[in-house]
Design a protein around this ligand. Sequence first.
Ligand SMILES: [Cu+2]
Length: 292
Amino acid sequence: MLSKNARLWLGLIAIVSLLSLASSCGRKVDEDGGNGGEPAGKAYTAKGNEGTISGVVSYMGTAPENKKIDTAADAACTSKSPNLMTEEWAGKDGKVANTYVYIKEGTLSDNSKVSGYSGWPNMPTSATLDQNGCHYKPHVLGVVVNEPISITNSDPTTHNIHFTPKNNPDWNQSQPNGAAALTHKLARAEILVPVKCNQHPWMKSYVAVSKHPFFAVTAEDGSYTIKGVPPGKYTVVAWHEGGANGTEKTMEVTVPASGAAKADFSFGAAALGQPSSLQMLPAIEFPMAIKH
Ligand SMILES: [Cu+2]
């Protein structure tokens, strides 16, 4: 017969083992590359006949003026960035910068699905998000799941970087003047994660987390190029900030073998009548169900 003490110990050991089992199961979900607990897919091998998707994002009509930001709350910001402006409609000559363009889904020429792959050639391996002049550079950033994001503070003041995702854990770190770079990774796909600074309420950026490398952010001239795309038919989406979840425009394109597909997008009220711009979809995907 076991003594009362021994039974108590056995019970405790059983509880601790169960708890560690549960937590290792939880970690597995975080490390699965954002597949939501689904089994990992296959890796795509480059065939040498990949193509590109490129285009230009424009504003139909007159884009709203960016506004001057009142930085009086922090003299260090005012002296470094005396004319800080909002960046929602940055861009030149009616073109729209800071638009995240990505392949949402698609079918390769061998009938396999983009979402069926978990590995792609040329996955980006590092990104930088700099706090400089009391705003984020870049304003919109695309990364892949688990890609290390180096977060730097180039300002003579303290920032507090705060990722506010729906599909990944909240992450909130203070970074004083001169502090070493911080590194953050997001384990699950999410389009897009708002990032803010708890010290300076005007500071905003958006980080898109993708399972594949087929995305780009538009430059000042509105242009973007997505490279290394296997021949196939794709749903391409352009996301731009604004409102609660941003606005998405959707287009279907075909990439021929070793060829190029064009996908131009338009935002703005005047663009609503355009056939390619009818869809106004919520930008945040529903969190994937967690299956163990
Ligand atoms: Cu800040």
